[in-house]
Design a protein around this ligand. Sequence first.
Ligand code: FDA
Ligand code: NAD
Length: 434
Amino acid sequence: MADETFKYVILGGGVAAGYAAREFVKQGLNPGELAIISKEAVAPYERPALSKAYLFPESPARLPGFHVCVGSGGERLLPDWYKEKGIELILSTEIVEADLPAKRLRSAHGKIYNYQTLIIATGSTVIKLSDFGVQGADAKNIFYLREIDDADQLVEAIKAKENGKVVVVGGGYIGLELGAALRINNFDVSMVYPEPWCMPRLFTPEIAAFYEGYYAQKGITIIKGTVAVGFTVDTNGEVKEVKLKDGRVLEADIVVVGVGARPLTNLFKGQIVEEKGGIKTDEFFKTSVPDVYAVGDVATFPLKLYNELRRVEHVDHSRKSAEQAVKAIKASEEGKAIEEYDYLPYFYSRSFDLSWQFYGDNVGDAVLFGDNSPDSATHKFGSYWIKDGKVVGAFLESGSPEENKAIAKVARIQPSVENSDLLLKEGISFASKV
Ligand code: FDA
Ligand code: NAD
């Protein structure tokens, strides 16, 4: 098997890879210079679709509909686009060894890929219940969701177990989005999570109370403060019951697990500087190894606005970090300088007819505004976070595009506020005036 050599290699074929490829083309790329190596079988796509429209019972999203860069309103890059641009899409190929000093990657098939410049875009993998030794966690019909193959398996199970019972383990992003998607598919859904309220890494108890109430109204049973400790299986090896730590036992035809993600950095252990669980980079996504960049979920980068190093596991950053790294690579070749990455954290989610956005930092004191009752007619409510007399973060459910823009501006500008009463009184109109 002959070795292959490329000027640029992107390792990973997810969101960041697709946006990096588009940026290379924008900046000027010659045919044959760039390869994307991905263990997935399809060209880069907008991963967020997998936990939302991909699972709809009616007119579900399917490829090629959501290849990048449609998620940010850009051109859809179909496999032919890569061909036209002379970009080698090396799919269904897992890299199992990276030798950074030798600038060489080896695939599971034993093929060697040499590069001059490497962009690491391996993203994250799911944390599994078997990692915690949960008994029976490898039973059939226990699903995780990261890649399109996982989503296809779940779709098959949804068809096979029509109107059945689902237990969702985890109360984070995956838990909330999949709990809703399965309910829409007419499953009897129970959600189980250890914390006193859902999405504790972002939500305050008041924000969570709205979603928990709303989900309950949709017929979802929420069980908090306990975890799954084991599963029983039937004679086909399919999951039958979920055993909880508090002694309860829940029937289940399908179990969906979303207990967090882990950045895929293992190929580079001992060869590169890591920080906060990710690969440490500068503001141009350069790592400690010459000619090696890291972007998306795996990068721990300087978040200039807060003067600290952070890792961000969300799609907006994966797109923007990829673009920044490519701009930096091209600029350094041309001896030019570019601006430092100056990221404003942006997270969002959608489920049922709900849709929220968050910008900034959820630190300091939270001030709830609007009506967070699940029965409210508009569902419009939000929260500001105040730290050291400044508004540093803002959350809004059911905002209009203008209102979402306004909360983004607030989080970026960080206006001073004398007391929280003003925010409470003015609510979203405070942001709209900034
Ligand atoms: P990403 O995971 O997209 O891509 C990594 C790629 O590398 C994959 O193709 C993988 O197969 C490949 N790879 C890894 N190791 C490899 C190896 N050794 N050899 C070859 N290939 C390898 N965020 C958000 O802001 N809003 C949202 O609504 C959602 N929704 C959402 C839904 C679901 C189901 C998931 C799993 C995640 C989200 N996210 C999200 C998070 C968001 O999708 C995530 O942050 C980005 O996809 C990260 O982009 P990356 O390119 O870094 O990794
Ligand atoms: P998460 O970190 O959002 O949530 C993990 C949740 O797992 C915790 O909130 C907790 O409730 C639960 N948990 C932890 N240990 C548990 C245990 N032993 N038993 C039961 N529950 C337990 O992670 P996730 O929801 O799995 O999401 C995975 C990745 O996908 C993350 O990177 C996330 O950012 C990304 N994602 C993002 C979005 C979005 O931004 N809208 C949507 C889907 C997925």
